[in-house]
Design a protein around this ligand. Structure first.
Ligand SMILES: Nc1ncnc2c1ncn2[C@@H]1O[C@H](COP(=O)(O)OP(=O)(O)O)[C@@H](O)[C@H]1O
Ligand SMILES: [Mg+2]
Length: 334
């Protein structure tokens, strides 16, 4: 096992109130997986990543029973050791809006060379060679090495940031919305590149997106987030074949798939929860067409519905019946 996260929580203190951005979140990541994390804006995706990488803003606090990466407890490690041994070396990040995080006054290639030399004992010449190789593997022309960020398109800058993340040969690359803001063709090319990188390097990836259709194309496993935690985690194929949480059922209705072009899209009415307190009930209950009194009275613990299929819903035993109903528009409108 590569990463084992148990009962993670992230709270932000603001204006004398707590925002519970991540709640009772658990998941496991094996080597060689591409884990897609999907959920609406505000459900805690970026906070989850920042907690894993210990980059949570100052007004935030992180709690967990365990965040274990290759046998090491990440949150218990002294910060300087974490920065030296883990961040970039073993777990690399392509942050949200990575396209804008290159330094505009330095040429792109030398920026990455610099990043390598700061973290690893390597001669400048070898680092330059490494960056030329990286440019090739992310699909950037060699001539761009000495260009400035403003000479790059959005997609090219995203590729440069992916090259930066790959630079130190990490075990795990975490990407926050890597294709958001790019046009569909460029998105597609970036996904292809990521797939190839995964084949070549054998590193694991955790990719965050609000778009389940995009994740279906690249992820080997998908985790669906709602209210700061995972409501369902399953191998990609199983998630679409046997969606077990009503929110997943709603999400898969709301996104067009290539196979079902022309099908009417059903969206989930209502808005995501404002998470100002710990709740001892299901977060999705107010929007769930299948909620019962029980859903308002206790938090749905995660249960297994298959070998690698985990769902947090009290009604998961009825999931096949519910999934059928979820395909009817009337279920969501009445
Ligand atoms: N530094 C912060 N201070 C206060 N609230 C924050 C901070 N960062 C994020 N939040 C809040 O936490 C919640 C989750 O945010 P985020 O993790 O960015 O979600 P996502 O990436 O899924 O859009 C949101 O309500 C957001 O406004
Ligand atoms: Mg985000």
């Amino acid at each position: 096992m590569l990463l084992d996260v148990k009962n993670l929580g992230v709270r932000y203190r603001m204006d004398g109130q707590d925002i519970h951005a991540v709640n009772r979140l658990s998941f496991q990541l094996e080597e060689d997986e591409i884990f897609g994390v999907v959920g609406e804006s505000g459900c805690g995706k970026s906070s989850l990543i920042k907690a894993l990488l210990r980059l949570v803003a100052r007004n935030g606090s992180v709690t967990a029973d365990s965040v274990n990466f290759q046998g090491q407890e990440l949150l218990e490690m002294p910060m300087d050791q974490f920065r030296k041994d883990i961040l970039w070396q073993k777990i690399a990040l392509v942050p949200q809006s990575a396209m804008n995080s290159l330094n505009p006054v330095y040429k792109v290639g030398p920026q990455i060379v610099e990043a390598i030399i700061t973290h690893k004992k390597m001669s400048e010449r070898r680092a330059r060679e490494r960056v030329h190789d990286l440019f090739e593997s992310v699909g950037l022309q060699k001539e761009l090495f000495d260009s400035y960020p403003h000479q790059f398109s959005g997609g090219m800058r995203q590729r440069a940031m992916i090259a930066m993340a790959l630079a130190l040969d990490p075990k795990l690359i975490i990407m926050d919305e890597p294709t958001t803001g790019l046009d569909v063709l460029v998105q597609d090319k970036i996904l292809k590149t990521l797939r190839r990188i995964k084949e070549d390097t054998k590193c694991s990836m955790m990719i965050i997106s609000h778009d389940i259709a995009i994740m279906s194309e690249i992820a080997t496993k998908i985790g669906v987030m709602y209210g700061g935690g995972f409501v369902e985690i399953a191998p990609t194929h199983d998630l679409f074949k046997d969606p077990s949480h009503p929110y997943t059922m709603g999400l898969t209705n709301a996104f067009p798939s290539i196979r079902e072009l022309g099908k009417e899209l059903i969206s989930i009415p209502g808005s995501p929860p404002v998470m100002m307190r710990e709740e001892n009930k299901c977060w999705f209950e107010p929007r769930c067409p299948f909620a019962t009194d029980q859903c308002r009275q206790s938090f749905p613990e995660a249960t297994k519905t298959g070998d690698h299929h985990i769902v947090s819903c009290l009604r998961s035993a009825d999931r096949q019946k519910l999934a059928k109903k979820a395909k009817e528009k009337a279920t969501w409108t009445s």
